[in-house]
Design a protein around this ligand. Structure first.
Ligand SMILES: C[S@@+](CC[C@H](N)C(=O)[O-])C[C@H]1O[C@@H](n2cnc3c(N)ncnc32)[C@H](O)[C@@H]1O
Length: 154
């Protein structure tokens, strides 16, 4: 199990009833760690790659079966969550959050439940992009956090 992704999930401060959205799940390793921590809560995960969603689905089949997780092929830009809201939204090493953080932020903030938080994890190099941005005031009531999970291994 990846220590990098374990560290990511620990920083989400998950509660058992959290509604969680992950953008860009890759193989679904963080998703497994999230599901282990949920009870009544539920994880929705999206990735634009059907291949990655297939792998993540295989890996998390028991949680899908239990109704605790769903894995969707979708891009962040095209995702339609309808009226659903999330307590925690997170993304690890997903390009749009680093290339165009303003756009990524404007998309995901609409999906936050009251008191919800967005967590963006990036490489050390990419984190610098966010640091140059850090004086921006988040929208009222929203908690926008950018975390570094350290080093080149990310
Ligand atoms: C570098 S991988 C990181 C995977 C995983 N989060 C990790 O850290 O191990 C980026 C993943 O995000 C997905 N992705 C990139 N841009 C995306 C977008 N705009 N919408 C949805 N998924 C995206 C890619 O298909 C890929 O699986």
């Amino acid at each position: 199990m990846s220590e990098r992704l374990r560290s990511v999930v620990e920083q989400l401060d998950l509660r058992p009833d959290d509604r969680v959205l992950e953008i860009g799940c890759g193989h679904g390793v963080a998703a497994t760690l999230v599901c282990e921590r949920l009870e009544e809560g539920r994880l929705t995960t999206v990735d634009r790659s059907a291949k990655m969603i297939q792998a993540a689905t295989r890996r998390n089949a028991a949680y899908i079966e239990a109704g605790r997780a769903e894995f969707l092929v979708a891009t962040l830009e095209d995702l339609d969550v309808r009226d659903r809201r999330f307590d925690k939204i997170f993304a690890v090493r997903v390009g749009l959050f680093h290339r165009d953080p303003e756009r990524a932020r404007s998309i995901v903030e609409r999906w936050l439940a009251s008191g919800g938080a967005v967590f963006v994890f990036s490489t050390r190099h990419q984190y610098r992009v966010h640091r140059s941005d850090r004086n921006r005031v988040p929208a009222a009531g929203l908690d926008w956090r950018t975390r570094q999970t350290g080093g080149k291994s990310l």
